[in-house]
Ligand binder design. Sequence first.
Ligand code: G
Ligand code: G
Ligand code: MN
Ligand code: NA
Length: 249
Amino acid sequence: ENIAALLKIAVDQKLVSMVYQPIRNVASGEIDAVEALMRLRMLDGTSVPPSLFIPIAERTGAILDLGRWAIRTVCREILADESVPVVSVNVSPIQLKSPGFAASVAAILGETGIAGGRLALEITEGLEMEMHSDVRRCISDLKTLGVRIWLDDFGTGFAGLSWLRLIDFDTVKIDRSFLHDCDTQKGKSMLRDIIGLVRNRGHKILVEGVETEEQMALMRQFRIDQVQGFHVGRPTPAESLRLTKTVKV
Ligand code: G
Ligand code: G
Ligand code: MN
Ligand code: NA
């Protein structure tokens, strides 16, 4: 397959890159984190969406090399710059199940001299992600390194609630579909209930997909910890992230 072959040469040929979307702390107004998102280009320059290449990378195992490359790149091009406190990186269940994943994260943190607490790993609840004992051990090893564990896309899968019982997530990211239902009273009370549930369990709450000032006002009213979305900023390459910060100062 075309994409599978491309993934094998992607790192060497510089066809993969990372972009970063800002995350705002609602109380302070500061950008206190960014989410790293992977991008892939074909040899002719056309971009391939993650929804297409990530599943292929998972199926072929290429995700293991790409995932290590992503964490190393984030440490070098963002975390080495003191101005961004925390970067979150999406990780696939395949990575968490593979032996030595926590050790490879430890090695990257060691070689780049980055404190574990500045890295967050986002895990998506999904049916395919049975809660293997090796996954739980991996997560506990990562936590020992100080790495933060975030639950991504909360509320979209079937496993979310049992995951909350099993893993002590630092932050839970509420899927943007809940915010977009907020134009009705029913949708708003649904979001309020979900927030209550997550907060009562002691997790910090990040709401995804904030696009308007009205939604932002609702987030302040709900005392959400962090928000992410086009209202805060779009994903951008490392260079323009630094530029934006400089201009603001
Ligand atoms: O902006 P965007 O289309 O990039 O993101 C779509 C989805 O692709 C994200 O929600 C995320 O789940 C997945 N994704 C993006 N980058 C990565 C990555 O580096 N690793 C993994 N495993 N998934 C990613
Ligand atoms: O699944 P994950 O949450 O990791 O993916 C993040 C994806 O969400 C990225 O593809 C990013 O481009 C997209 N995204 C980020 N902010 C917004 C937003 O405000 N609205 C919409 N529709 N998508 C967003
Ligand atoms: Mn994510
Ligand atoms: Na998400």
